[in-house]
Design a protein around this ligand. Structure first.
Ligand SMILES: *Cc1c(COP(=O)(O)O)cnc(C)c1O
Length: 356
């Protein structure tokens, strides 16, 4: 049977109103890739899978929540959606709004959005507005304007975003036959970790008997310069190369902390250096190129395993890689050495390749 998207596949498990009118780009059903080389590099003796969310239609997991939020908005008769974004939400909102025939407005922090994300939002026809401030400022502003005017907010404060994002947990359980022992993922505004936990809890409730087999422990990972859930208070000027999680005041911070605790897991922070190292390692060892934020969960896993704080021996671990590397190509190109230039002659090529 041809695939018809997330609402078609999992809609019966999502709390969406009857008026919902499906807008889909056939998001979801992303691959769960076994990463044996990386697992071996981290010490071996366990199974590691990458949930490659960068393969969603606009290049990030945001499409899971956006199909739900825009479908609800369209069914309700809304004509305009708005969001604050570090980039991926903007691209996703713009694409789904375009498909629904709606207008989209996106607020981004000035100069802090990767080119590939901004380009997406523009290509999909969004009205892009830069805020001379942070993501947190932009989020406050979109909340205020939607309280005053009939514009639909599609940030992850919107409950339907969380409903849609639960589907990633469903897919993982369906594919593995149960939940993994650990799930590690980056945490920014904390919608995704909240949605995963809700999804796993809901799926475990559907199972008779084996309930705990459907509940993983959660390892949420923030960037050290933007780690409010680790330091225990809002961070005024968050800074990290992982722009997608450059957030100082997570909207669902309390829920994220609760999810981590309930799961007997935790939320930790890792340095930008470790994030970038992991980004390169994943690409080189497994052929999976993700944007920096997306490598954060794995970077946290690597640190916990190396520090003996997390014993993975014999376990099954899933790392959520939230967005595609192409979104932020510049992070690689700005450091790379220019490729060698040779004249168009076989001998020159031979010399370059064989070194003789
Ligand atoms: C949005 C985003 C995150 C953070 O997700 P939250 O739900 O805000 O915690 C992480 N990685 C990427 C690539 C994202 O786009």
């Amino acid at each position: 049977m041809t695939y018809q998207g997330l609402i078609h596949t999992y809609g019966h498990l999502l709390d969406l109103p009857l008026h919902t009118r499906t807008v889909s780009l056939l998001e979801g059903r992303t691959p769960l890739i076994k990463a044996d080389n990386l697992a071996r590099h981290l010490g071996g003796g366990f199974e590691l899978f990458i949930k490659y969310e960068g393969l969603n239609p606009t290049g990030s997991f945001k499409d899971r929540g956006m199909t739900a939020a825009v479908s609800e908005a369209l069914g309700r008769g809304a004509t305009t959606v708005i969001c604050a974004s570090t980039g991926n939400t903007a691209a996703s909102a713009a694409a789904y709004a375009a498909r629904a025939g709606m207008k989209s407005i996106v607020l981004i922090p000035q100069g802090k959005v990767a080119a590939g994300k901004l380009a997406g939002a523009i290509a999909y026809g969004a009205q892009v507005i830069q805020i001379d401030g942070s993501f947190d400022d932009a989020l406050t502003m979109v909340v205020e304007i939607t309280n005053k005017h009939p514009i639909c907010l599609v940030n992850s404060i919107n409950p339907y975003r969380i409903e849609g994002q639960k589907t990633a947990a469903f897919e993982i359980c369906d594919e593995l036959g149960s939940a993994p022992d650990w799930l590690c993922l980056p945490v920014g505004n904390a919608g995704n970790i909240t949605a995963y936990w809700a999804g796993f809890k809901q799926y475990s409730g559907l199972q008779s008997g084996l309930k705990s087999a459907f509940l993983p422990r959660l390892l949420g990972v923030q960037a050290a310069g933007a780690a409010p859930l680790v330091v225990g208070h809002a961070v005024e000027n968050p800074e990290t190369v992982a722009t997608a999680i450059r957030i100082g005041k997570p909207a669902r911070g309390e829920q994220a902390l609760q999810a981590a605790e309930e799961s007997k897991g935790r939320i930790i922070a890792v340095s930008d250096e470790k994030i970038l190292d992991m980004q390169k390692l994943l690409a080189k060892l497994e052929g999976i190129w993700v944007e920096p934020a997306s490598a954060t969960g794995l970077a946290g896993l690597a640190e916990e395993v190396a520090g003996n704080r997390l014993k993975v021996e014999g376990l099954r671990v899933v790392a959520v890689c939230t967005g595609h590397g192409l979104k932020d190509a510049e992070i690689i190109t700005r450091e790379m050495r220019k490729p060698l230039v040779v004249p168009p002659r076989l001998e020159a090529l031979e010399e370059a390749v064989l070194g003789n």
